[in-house]
Write a protein that binds this ligand. Structure first.
Ligand SMILES: [Zn+2]
Length: 267
């Protein structure tokens, strides 16, 4: 297996371990088609599974899938399947249902992968259906290479909400599951749980608050500033001797007053 793929599969398995609480040995439902495919390619399916997910797997086959294999009369494939644990599905062996329906019925329990199964199947339609259930690792044979489906959108969004809830303090697994279920069903109530708890300081009692000051103070200082400039004409009067002089003196006075202004304001 190429390094890049191995790394991405490992990363994916870590999500199943961490978020969906998968445990080794990983129970893997294999269908009759993938067994036939591997048998034809002389590919050791059990070893292949271990190598792909980089952990110990426990391959299992449903009653209906092995019935389908019996019908092929492929003795090699049948003997491979017989090595695997039989998963009872409560479908009558005399009247088995199609493998895909059988596998879906034991994996998808009300939109949840309750038994934490991995599924190895050549049925693309079944893989599509199971990809809508969060936390179902899907494996299939691509020619003679065993591959894992990229993480489904359902799994990714579940994992993201799981991480988000952990950050907001919702460490309870039960609660995480509830929220996701609601997302699955697309009920309106799904948005309620996060907004429920409101932490942080409450607003103060309005009766204990001081009233805000009125904004009159803004206009007064400007008037005061004008008042401080009024003494200047008084000075001018002192030097009032001739009408001509006053005119001449007015200009330097005004310039003086201007120069004195910054000093006043700084004080
Ligand atoms: Zn069945």
């Amino acid at each position: 297996m190429r390094q890049k793929r191995a790394k991405s599969y490992k990363k994916q398995m870590n999500v199943y371990l961490h978020t969906f609480k998968f445990r080794e040995p990983f129970q893997t439902i294999v269908d009759d088609e993938i067994i036939l495919n591997c048998q034809k390619a002389s590919f050791d399916i059990a070893k292949g599974l271990n190598r792909t997910i980089q952990g110990e797997t426990k391959p299992m086959i449903t009653q209906c899938s092995i019935e389908a294999l019996y019908k092929t009369n492929n003795q090699d494939a049948i003997s491979i399947a017989k090595l695997f644990e039989r998963r009872r599905c409560n479908h009558p062996p005399a009247n088995p249902i199609p493998s895909s329906e059988c596998i879906k019925s034991i994996v998808d329990i009300n939109g949840e992968n309750k038994h934490r199964y991995l599924v190895a199947t050549q049925d693309k339609l079944l893989r599509n259906k199971l990809s809508r259930v969060p936390g179902v690792p899907l494996i299939y044979m691509n020619r003679s290479v065993m591959v894992m489906e990229p993480m489904s959108e359902a799994t990714t969004s579940y994992s993201n909400s799981f991480e988000r809830n952990k950050l907001t303090g919702g460490l309870n697994d039960v609660e995480v599951g509830k929220i996701n279920k609601q997302e699955e069903l697309k009920t309106e109530g799904s948005e309620k749980p996060p907004t429920k708890k409101r932490k942080g300081p409450k607003e103060p009692n309005p009766l204990s608050m001081k009233k805000k000051k009125t904004v009159n103070t803004d206009s007064r200082p400007s008037q005061d500033a004008k008042n401080t400039s009024q003494p200047k004409p008084k000075r001018r009067r002192k030097h009032k001797s001739t009408s001509e002089k006053t005119e001449d003196l007015e200009k330097p006075n005004s310039s003086l007053s201007n120069s004195s202004e910054p000093v006043v304001t700084h004080e």
